[in-house]
Design a protein around this ligand. Structure first.
Ligand SMILES: [Zn+2]
Ligand SMILES: [Zn+2]
Length: 346
């Protein structure tokens, strides 16, 4: 193996990523060395590049949606071996606190995120604790496995938190990389109606292809009236995946009496709600959902392995590492009606 590798790093916020040659890291005790095969480009990467979300070290290699092949195991690694195809839970947690030990590792106060706090997968190799690696079968391509770690895991976690049950009507607001999978996960969880809401008609068409029962385009329709009329009063569960004050307001207003609204989109601004009208009188539950948890992984990998998830529309295009900046700009300009761009390695 070579001693150095290529990596795409933020060296200065606001600037394009720099392609650099850096040493291949060595796995410490309990860690694996992963040969990265695929790493998804996520909207969060734009926030890190722009400095809107702060990375905590510079330079840093981005990339938190990662799948690859284990090429070396440090001392003491159990359950994972060289040659395994694995995808990564992107939070490196302490593994010992109450949260880590009760399946809520995303609450760990020591959590370090891959590609934000520690070097990520826009590189040929990375090291990570073996407990962050989840093997998947050969039937799942690396590029799709990379997307399981965030674009699938995040909506899975959110809809689990919102306790979707058989026959529920579910509204998904925002049909991007997460939303397209949220529609399918809602179906798998037993939802009756699954309504997709987005301003982009092509995305809505895609949502219908993967199982949405109806679509709402707020550019043409009065969105809330339409959801209320489709569901006879509002959706039992509404997942908000955009993170704008206006869509969060739509999410609450589209939720049925007694229903659950789950916020996944990142909205740093304050949004006015009426505790009396929005929550108390309607007995609505307003929930937040952050990232995902280690316990979500075996479930979503099984859903993909059993072809319960249709990921044939999920990877819009694969790009080599050299084109990472072009990929980020395509995402920024929302070119090609893309779902997810994935950096792939030979
Ligand atoms: Zn992401
Ligand atoms: Zn912990």
């Amino acid at each position: 193996m070579m001693n150095t590798m290529r990596a795409a790093q933020i060296t200065e916020p606001g600037k394009p990523l720099q392609l650099v040659e850096v040493p291949v890291p060595k796995p410490k005790r309990g860690e694996i060395l992963l040969k990265v095969k695929a790493a998804g480009i996520c909207s969060s990467d734009l926030h890190y590049q722009d400095g809107k979300s702060k990375v905590t070290k510079l330079p840093i290699t981005l990339g938190h949606e990662v799948a690859g092949e284990v090429v070396e195991c440090g001392e003491g690694v159990k359950g994972i071996k060289t040659g395994d195809r694995v995808c990564l839970f992107y939070l490196v947690t302490c593994g010992e606190c109450m949260h880590c030990c009760t399946g809520n590792d995303n609450y760990c106060e020591e959590a370090q995120m891959l590609g934000k706090n520690i070097d990520g997968g826009f590189a040929e190799y990375l090291t990570i604790p073996a407990r962050n690696a989840f093997p998947f079968p050969d039937s799942i391509p690396f590029s799709q496995a990379a997307l399981l770690t965030d674009a699938v895991a995040t909506p899975f976690h959110a809809l689990t938190r919102a306790r979707v049950k058989t026959g529920d009507s579910v509204l998904i607001i925002g049909i991007g990389g997460l939303g397209l999978h949220a529609v399918q996960i809602a179906r798998i969880m037993g939802a009756g109606q699954v309504i997709a809401m987005d301003l982009d008609q092509e995305k809505l068409d895609l949502a219908l292809k993967v199982g949405a029962t109806a679509v709402v385009n707020p550019g043409h329709d009065n969105a809330i009236d339409r959801v209320v009329s489709l569901t006879g009063g509002g959706a039992d569960v509404v997942a908000e995946l955009i993170g704008l004050p206006v869509t969060i307001r739509q999410a609450i207003d589209s939720t049925a009496v007694g229903g659950r609204t789950v916020i996944v989109g990142i909205c740093p601004e304050e949004v006015g709600i009426s505790p009396y009208h929005d929550l108390l009188l309607a007995e609505r539950t307003l929930l937040g959902s952050a990232d995902q948890s280690r316990v979500d992984f075996p479930v979503i990998i099984e859903l993909a392995a059993q072809n319960r998830l249709d990921m044939s529309h999920s990877v819009t295009r694969e790009l080599p590492l050299e084109e990472v900046n072009r990929g980020l700009e395509m995402l920024r300009k929302k070119e090609e009606n893309l779902v997810r761009l994935v950096i792939t390695f030979p």
